[in-house]
Write a protein that binds this ligand. Structure first.
Ligand code: TXA
Ligand code: MG
Length: 339
């Protein structure tokens, strides 16, 4: 199959046409690129799972372009959801809510909840509008590899497998959306992202953090199925190191290795003698979020076999960076005093 690459507003009807025909297309969002299909057409949604090689028990996020499309997808809109939508939509927040019967089982992996998001990327919303139906869309990577943050990443993974990709530039946030469940007794953060726990607590008052966010808890107990899979991993072995910059710099400078790179902060780069993949400034953790997946893909392209990564602060958007990094490291996280 030939994969067409579009990037003009006037191409949106062509992209929408593929979606109307039950095909899947790659599209930009403010978080990462999505692999989209008509959420209400089970045959179309199945093609997403095939293209990504995604396990069928991992449910998809449904993307809408206007809040009035939410009512059709869920059986009730709790007050908490209204408040969160008012505060953070359009934007990088996904809400898990009790599903309506309109949502096909293939989208929810047979579960009784559905994840919904209203993205802020103008092209994502224009494509949803042009299609005329909500779009189920996971990240547009092959299952297991880092999520794509540019159209080129999507092409690298899915060229010849999907009919079209819309290039809307590099994704601003760079990590997938924050996922919060409002289907249980208390609001529960399932996946950290661009909307931070502090921001959510300011609106909700109360918020539980799912233990899978920071740990490799028993896989069956995971409430966000996607968190249990090997994720975000480059081919290189990643080791995540905790400790002060000085200890990190000393440690990596003591490491020899032809194919070793260091994932570090801008402030550390000059003092490191190995090749560096720079996350951005320590003082601006949103830069690490923006750069992380690109850097993991770059590490693969450059053939590194070992990456030593300096652990970010585990709060704010840094928590989301940490959540992706410990998965990239297959939970190999060490304290610098102990290594
Ligand atoms: O930013 C994003 O969220 C991107 C863009 C494309 O919107 N999408 C994305 O989708 O990251 P995906 O499929 O890669 O991740 C969706 C996550 C998975 O961890 C999945 O298990 C979880 O959301 N999820 C989806 N539906 C759920 C549900 N009903 N209950 C609990 N978790 C759910
Ligand atoms: Mg994904």
């Amino acid at each position: 199959m030939k994969t067409f690459l579009y990037n003009q507003t006037q191409d949106i009807p062509a992209v929408a046409q593929f979606l109307k025909q039950g095909q899947v297309v790659g599209l930009p969002t403010e978080t990462v690129y999505g692999l989209a299909a008509n959420a209400l057409n089970p045959q179309a949604v199945k093609k997403i799972f095939e293209a990504k090689n995604r396990p069928a028990d991992n449910p998809l996020i449904v993307h809408i372009s206007h809040i009035d499309q939410l009512g059709d997808l869920v059986c009730e809109i709790p007050e908490t959801a209204r408040k969160l939508a008012a505060a953070f939509w359009p934007g990088p927040l996904t809400m898990v809510l009790p599903r309506s019967e309109k949502v096909p089982d293939v989208v929810t992996a047979g579960g009784n909840t559905v994840a919904v998001r209203l993205p802020s990327h103008p092209m994502a919303r224009a494509i949803i509008d042009a299609a005329g139906f909500p779009l189920a869309a996971p990240s547009a990577n092959r299952s297991g590899s880092p999520s794509p943050t540019t159209a080129q990443h999507v092409i690298n993974d899915l060229n010849g497998i999907i009919p079209a990709v819309f290039d809307g530039g590099a994704c601003e946030v760079g990590l997938e959306s924050t996922v919060i469940s409002l289907a249980g007794e208390k609001p529960r953060l399932l996946r950290p992202g661009g909307i931070t726990p502090k921001q959510l607590k300011e609106v909700l008052g109360d918020l539980e953090l799912d233990p899978s966010i920071t740990s490799d808890i028993h896989l069956n107990a995971v409430s966000s199925p996607g968190m249990k899979y090997k994720h975000y991993a480059p081919k290189a072995k990643v080791t995540l190191l905790n400790g002060a910059s000085s200890a990190f710099i000393d440690f990596v400078n003591g490491q020899a290795g032809q194919k070793t790179a260091v994932l570090c902060f801008e402030e550390e780069q000059e003092k490191i003698q190995l090749p560096c993949l720079c996350l951005g400034s320590k003082a601006h953790p949103e830069q690490a979020a923006h750069n992380l997946f690109s850097l993991l893909r770059l590490a693969d392209e450059q053939g590194y076999e070992q990456i030593f990564a300096h652990c970010p602060e585990k709060d704010g958007i840094g928590l989301a960076v940490y959540n992706r990094l410990i998965r990239a490291a297959a939970f190999d996280e060490r304290e610098l005093e102990c290594v």
